[in-house]
Design a protein around this ligand. Structure first.
Ligand code: GKE
Length: 333
């Protein structure tokens, strides 16, 4: 059987790395991996793949890496948690070049299908002003009022995919990720999201016998978080489906940040006082996913509870912080 040539963009990142790891299990896949980071900074790298460190904002680079490619999965963008996206809006918006040039190059090189990773930041901010809101349905992205900077780029790129499909018959698939977390991701340095940041802070407090951690906002803001393994399964289910609608890939288990800290404290066996920093980036007041549409069309829903996913994430960050060794198993079985 002919091998499928699959290009993973952003392969050196958190979600991209886990996707490569997953796709490698199918021996009929021939993987081509691209990321802007020098290879020594990729979260996961596998020598059997073709690995390229290059800037996909450049059309010439996109043309080069999409040659002879059947499928493109685009996870590449300049992103991070609230601390990064609120302070780097222009950088976030420049990721529009990655998606645009990959679509143009993919069309020229006659790829068969294109996947775009959008975000819950595409949703209308005015529908996220309360805590414990009803889950966001895919239609709640309109009328458009997404997260400034990052969210506008995501919403615009979603539509670009739609129009490449409608006007040029390029098959596209799009999902909106809701705060994906897990091992082998960023947990310090400024781009980390709340689950990893709060695990790190509690581990640090426990190791160094500190009584208090800093928490951004008042801790009452709510979110849902999706474990990486569920994210990869949702991604592939949508990619392999016949549906070109935009789908939520998120969890419906909505918690406040204070509640999440409570779960991490139980995992750590260590309690902390919270120093609420009201001047730090907070994002929307409440956000969660409504999975009705993806359940009905794709038959996907998450397997991991937040507690199960946080335990695996906590253990990995703990091992990184204490002896730098990677845990190779991240599944609950
Ligand atoms: N990052 C971080 N670090 N957030 C903290 C911290 C901390 O130490 N302490 C409290 N928080 C609060 C933030 O103020 C925010 O209200 C909430 O946790 C979640 O922050 P986050 O995980 O950084 O990011 P958001 O859920 O607000 O937004 C993320 O949404 C995703 C899609 O759902 C975005 O940053 C994107 O990474 C992504 O598209």
């Amino acid at each position: 059987m002919a091998k499928k040539n699959i290009l993973i963009c952003g392969a050196g990142g958190f979600i991209g790395g886990h996707l490569v790891n997953h796709l490698l299990k199918d021996k009929s896949n021939n993987l081509i991996c691209a990321d802007i980071k020098p290879k020594e900074y990729w979260f996961q790298i596998y020598e059997e793949n073709k690995n390229f460190s290059l800037d996909l904002k450049e059309y010439e680079n996109c043309l080069e890496v999409t040659k002879n490619i059947d499928y493109v999965l685009n996870m590449a963008c300049n992103m991070g948690g609230m601390g990064f996206i609120e302070n780097n809006k222009a950088e976030c918006m420049l990721s529009v070049l990655i998606n645009t040039n990959l679509l143009r190059a993919g069309l020229k090189n006659k790829i068969k299908k294109y996947f775009y990773s959008s975000s819950a930041c595409a949703y209308n901010a005015s529908k996220q002003n309360e805590t414990f809101i009803k889950g966001l349905k895919e239609s709640d992205a309109y009328p458009a009022m997404p997260e400034d900077g990052y969210g506008w780029e995501k919403l615009f790129s979603e539509r670009m995919c739609r129009h490449f499909q409608e006007d040029f018959n390029l098959e596209t698939r799009v999902v909106r990720y809701h705060n994906i977390y897990g091992p082998l991701g960023t947990y310090n340095g400024g781009r980390e999201k709340a689950p990893a940041a709060l695990c790190r802070k509690i581990i640090d407090a426990k190791i160094n016998k500190k009584k208090e951690i800093d928490v951004w906002g008042d801790g009452e803001q709510t979110r849902s978080f999706l474990y990486i393994e569920d994210c990869i399964r949702g991604t592939m289910n949508v990619f392999n489906s016949n549906h070109s609608d935009v789908f939520n890939v998120g969890s419906e288990e909505q918690v406040s940040i204070n509640q999440m800290i409570g779960i991490i404290e139980e995992i750590a066996g260590y309690k902390v006082n919270k120093n609420y920093q009201l001047d730090k980036p907070k994002g929307v007041r409440g956000r969660s996913s409504d999975n009705t549409f993806i359940k009905s069309k794709i038959n996907w829903e998450p397997n991991y509870s937040l507690r199960e996913g946080l335990k695996l994430t906590y253990d990995w960050i703990h091992s990184e912080m204490t002896n730098g060794t990677n845990i190779s198993k991240f599944t609950k079985s």
